[in-house]
Design a protein around this ligand. Structure first.
Ligand SMILES: NC(=O)c1ccc[n+]([C@@H]2O[C@H](COP(=O)([O-])OP(=O)(O)OC[C@H]3O[C@@H](n4cnc5c(N)ncnc54)[C@H](O)[C@@H]3O)[C@@H](O)[C@H]2O)c1
Length: 335
């Protein structure tokens, strides 16, 4: 099987993680990197042993890659995603863009529509659910072991204490993962209601409680926080139905099935040998899944973790922000 030629736009910490994954992938050849900050471009290019550029257009013209990672950041950790994504798509690249898809919903819609028009795969790095634990839990779900969905409880707590440029930074930058996971199990979210607080000494909405109603009638809740002190971050996903309940702890660490009417539970634990070692393995799994799908000729509308999914998550977050600002329940269709 031939390898896909890959380039990366944005060589901050996350662009460098993508680069390491591509370098070690059986499906990719990293052919170039780019950053508008000369030291970042040069440092990454030299470290990785590939040509480096200060201008994305020049890189795309010279290298004609098959795939491009967009790992820029910007305002609310996402305002710099739009331009390079549109550019790479216009050069015929499949694009894997970091989350959040874009802080501006109109632009995010354009990104998804343009990829569709070009019939190119456009993925968002929703890496938190690309783990063996999630796949096993999905199998339980698809086998009908959960039954009809009743509720989903999702939590994601990490510590991020620097000054942020926007009061909505935490809501927009952290929650694409969690909302995507909730919709992964529950399908489209219809209505949203959000309370949030600015923890002592903070200027942003740093801890939030978000209630949702799914279109299928099930209910859900998300607790998200940037206020957890170093050492105790956590992610937990609980999905309950008429026949059972499943819980996934910390993305890859453990998945547990609690069958209704049976006091014996079933547990998958990440193995010490050959299992996930750390958070970077979620990038490895997610990126290799994207590459494999392209090589296998999966249709752009059928790829896992699509631009459409990233957009849908961002729209739900926008509804949560509108709810926070107005004190009302907000319909996702109104965004
Ligand atoms: N998936 C995850 O788990 C995860 C975790 C953390 C961050 N992220 C996301 O990863 C992205 C990058 O994060 P980071 O911490 O590396 O950000 P960063 O700001 O440190 O790095 C982004 C880099 O992109 C460069 N850049 C901006 N516009 C450019 C352009 N047009 N052409 C070339 N380079 C350009 C900047 O100069 C900068 O060096 C963000 O969108 C963030 O939300 C994802």
């Amino acid at each position: 099987m031939g390898k896909l030629r890959v380039a990366i736009i944005g060589m901050g910490p996350i662009g460098n993680i993508h680069a390491d994954v591509y370098k070690s992938s059986d499906y990719a050849e990293l052919v170039g990197v780019c950053d508008i900050i000369p030291e970042r471009a040069e440092r990454a290019g030299k470290r990785l042993g590939v040509p480096y550029f200060l201008d994305a257009k020049e890189m795309l013209e010279k290298l004609s890659p098959d795939v491009c990672s967009v790992t820029t950041g910007g305002y609310e950790y996402s305002s710099d995603h739009y331009e390079p994504t549109i550019l790479a798509l216009s050069y015929g690249c499949h694009v894997l863009c970091e989350k959040p898809i874009c802080n501006d919903i109109a632009k995010a819609r354009e990104m998804v529509a343009f990829a569709k028009e070009k019939s190119l795969c456009f993925g968002i790095n929703l890496n938190h659910r690309f783990t063996p634990a999630f796949r096993i839990a999905k199998r339980w779900f698809d086998e009908g072991r959960i039954g009809d969905l009743l509720f989903i409880n999702m939590s994601l707590w990490i510590g991020k204490f620097q000054d942020f440029e926007s009061p909505y930074y935490h809501l927009k930058a952290l929650n694409p993962h969690s909302v995507n996971i909730m919709q992964y199990w529950g399908g489209p979210i219809e209505k949203v209601q959000c309370f949030a607080m600015k923890a002592p000494g903070r200027t942003i909405w740093s801890t939030a409680s978000i209630n949702v109603k799914f279109k299928n009638g099930a209910v859900g809740h998300l607790t998200s926080s940037y206020d957890i002190e170093r050492g105790h971050p956590m992610e937990r996903c609980e999905v309950a139905g008429t026949k059972g309940r499943l819980v996934i702890e910390d993305m890859w660490r453990e998945a547990v099935l609690y069958p209704a009417g049976d006091l014996e539970k079933r547990v998958y634990t990440n193995p010490v040998f050959g299992g996930f070692r750390d958070f970077n393995d979620t990038f490895r799994d997610r990126i290799n899944t994207f590459l494999r799908e392209i090589l296998d000729g999966v249709k752009p509308e059928e790829i896992d973790g699509s631009g459409e999914e990233g957009l849908s998550a961002q729209i739900v977050i926008e509804a949560a922000i509108r709810s926070l600002d107005t004190g009302r329940v907000v319909s996702v269709d109104d965004i």
